[in-house]
Design a protein around this ligand. Sequence first.
Ligand code: IPE
Ligand code: IPE
Ligand code: MG
Length: 244
Amino acid sequence: MSFDPQSLEKIPRHVALIMDGNGRWAQERGLPRIEGHKEGAQSVRAVLRAAAQAGVEFITVYAFSTENWKRPAREVDGLMKLLISSLNAYEQELHDNHIRLRVMGQFDRLPLLVRKRLKKTLDATAHYTDHTFIIALSYGSRMEIADASRQIAEKVKSGELQAKEIDEQMISDHLYLPDVPDPELMVRTSGELRLSNFLLWQLSYSEFHITDTYWPDFREEQFFQALEAYNARDRRYGGVKKSR
Ligand code: IPE
Ligand code: IPE
Ligand code: MG
């Protein structure tokens, strides 16, 4: 598909995506759920490519939530293995496009092999500054906010901070990736109208684009459509519409 990023007035710096519908995609084809996840991994690749083309600096994908640990062990296992094989297969593309990999979530809860494999790519891409690819893994937003609150409370207890100094910026500064700007755009596939514990704080003023497309069918074209939808939005931040 031919797409000209110059045709868009504004390009978001950061797009966050809830990759949903892999299971239904597989089910509709009479395939095991893991096949949907495998096809979904190709969509991640497509989105990274499209984001680089459009000039989007940060991509965050919700790959595994704190709630997803409740899924059958077989599926959880399959997802962890898929993560390792995807890193093996696509790491070169991160280098080719100067993309830094980062992760957010409960890193210590991941299996040792996954942590080791991630660490290798995290270190190998840490010097890239053009683009950042963030995987939310064993991530839950309420947990993130609770972790931030605990850290701030400890600083107050030790006297490093005073309670009256706590403001919005301080809370942002204690989240998992304080240096990453809030997403301007959040995309959720497969038509579900909920956040499922994703970036509750960071998405306070983001635009939402919900598409019925299942994640495995979400490729470059669908990503560009999301950017176009974002362009048509009028962001007012609680103010009044500016007359042109
Ligand atoms: C999203 O697809 C991937 C993960 C949550 C890991 P699902 O696995 O949730 O697919 P559906 O929602 O069951 O179709
Ligand atoms: C949200 O999808 C989590 C991820 C995409 C990783 P889920 O399929 O787990 O969310 P619910 O169950 O529909 O809320
Ligand atoms: Mg789902």
